[in-house]
Design a protein around this ligand. Structure first.
Ligand SMILES: *[C@@H]1O[C@H](CO)[C@@H](O)[C@H](O)[C@H]1NC(C)=O
Length: 314
C-alpha cells in the first residue's frame, strides 16, 4: 500500500513565502543579499582561524566549525529558494523533499551539539580555569566536533526513516519555502496526534533540554564572572552575553516549531526563516566579528594580503 501511495506522490509543490510578485522580488533580493553576506562572513572566519596561529585554540576551532555548518545550513534551503524565484519552478520531488529534511535536521542537530560544546569550553575556561589545560585538549576538541556530527546524523536519520513510513495519499502542497517535517507531516494521511508526539519527543524535548542546559551553563558562567571582578571579566561577560543571544535566537524558533508542531502555518513559516536564514548570518556577527582577537587577526590578514598584492609586479 505504501509503495502505491508513494508512486502517486512523486512530487511536492513548495508554495514559498508569498504569492504576490512584488513580495517575491523583495524576498529574492533580501535573501540573496543575506546569503552572500552569510557566505562571505563565515568564509572569512574560517580563513582567519586557519591562517592565524594565535587563534589555534579550542574556542576558535569550534567557532570555525560552526561557521562551516552555518554555510551549509544557509546553502541547502536558501539557494533553492533563490533559484526558484528566478526560474518560477516550484516543485520538489519526494526524494528531494526527504533530502531537505535530512540536511535540515543534520545541520541544526549538529549545530545544537556544537553550541553546547562551545558553552562547555567557556564554562571550563571561566569556572574551572586551573583545570582547563587538563580537560580541554586538542583531542577533546576533535572528539566534540566528531560527536556533534554523529549526533546530527543519527537524529536526521531517525527523522527521515520516520517520514519514509508515512503514507501520502493526495494533498501535495507544502506551504513553506522548503520541506520540513511539521509541514510535510500535515500532508500525510495518518492521525496527526501520532505525528506531533513523534516530533515533540524526538526534536522538541531534545531542543528544549539542550536549551535549558545551555541556559544553565551561561548563568553559572555569568555569576562566576560577576563574583571575580578581575580585569578580564568584562570581556568574558560580553563574550558570554553574545553567545547567549545566539543561543536564544536559534533555539526559540526550533523549540516553538517542534513543541507545537501543529500550530498555524504562518508562524512556522516566519520562524523557519529565522533559523535557516538569520542564524547563519548572526553567528559570525555575534560570536566572532565582535571579538577583539578576531578583529586583530583579520586586520593582520588584510595587511598581509595588501602587501602581497603590492609585491606582485603589475
Ligand atoms: C574544526 O574542529 C577540528 C577539531 O578541533 C579542527 O581540527 C578543525 O581545524 C576545525 N575546522 C576549522 C575550519 O577550523
Amino acid at each position: 500500500m505504501d509503495v502505491a501511495n508513494k508512486s502517486t506522490m512523486s512530487e511536492f509543490v513548495l508554495l514559498g513565502l508569498s504569492n504576490s510578485w512584488e513580495l517575491q522580488m523583495f524576498f529574492f533580493m533580501v535573501f540573496s543579499l543575506l546569503y552572500v553576506a552569510t557566505m562571505v562572513g563565515n568564509s572569512l572566519i574560517v580563513i582567519t582561524v586557519i591562517v592565524d596561529p594565535h587563534l589555534h585554540s579550542t574556542m576558535y576551532f569550534l567557532l570555525a566549525n560552526l561557521s562551516i555548518i552555518d554555510m551549509s545550513l544557509a546553502s541547502f534551503a536558501t539557494s533553492k529558494m533563490i533559484t526558484d524565484y528566478l526560474t518560477g519552478h516550484k516543485t520538489i520531488s519526494f526524494d528531494g523533499c526527504l533530502t531537505q529534511i535530512f540536511f535540515l535536521h543534520l545541520f541544526t542537530g549538529t549545530e545544537i551539539i556544537l553550541l553546547m560544546a562551545i558553552s562547555f569550553d567557556r564554562y571550563i575556561a571561566i569556572c574551572k580555569p586551573l583545570r582547563y589545560a587538563s580537560v580541554i585538549s586538542p583531542q577533546v576538541c576533535v572528539a566534540l566536533v566528531v560527536a556533534s556530527w554523529i549526533v546530527g546524523i543519527m537524529h536526521s536519520m531517525s527523522q527521515v526513516i520516520f517520514a519514509l513510513t508515512l503514507p501520502f495519499c493526495g494533498p501535495n502542497k507544502v506551504d513553506s519555502f522548503f520541506c520540513d517535517l511539521p509541514v510535510v507531516f500535515q500532508l500525510a494521511c495518518v492521525d496527526t496526534y501520532v505525528l506531533s508526539l513523534f516530533m515533540i519527543s524526538t526534536s522538541g524535548i531534545i531542543a528544549l533540554s539542550c536549551f535549558i542546559v545551555l541556559l544553565n551553563s551561561y548563568v553559572i558562567v555569568l555569576v562566576t564572572v560577576k563574583h571575580h571582578s578581575s580585569r578580564g571579566s568584562s570581556k568574558a561577560l560580553s563574550t558570554c552575553t553574545a553567545h547567549f543571544i545566539v543561543v536564544f535566537l536559534f533555539f526559540g524558533p526550533c523549540i516553538f516549531i517542534y513543541m507545537w508542531p501543529l500550530s498555524s502555518f504562518l508562524t512556522d513559516k516566519i520562524l523557519s526563516v529565522f533559523y535557516t536564514i538569520f542564524t547563519p548570518i548572526l553567528n559570525p556577527v555575534i560570536y566572532t566579528l565582535r571579538n577583539q582577537e578576531v578583529k586583530i587577526a583579520m586586520r593582520k590578514l588584510k595587511n598581509r594580503f595588501l602587501n602581497f598584492n603590492k609585491a606582485m609586479p603589475s
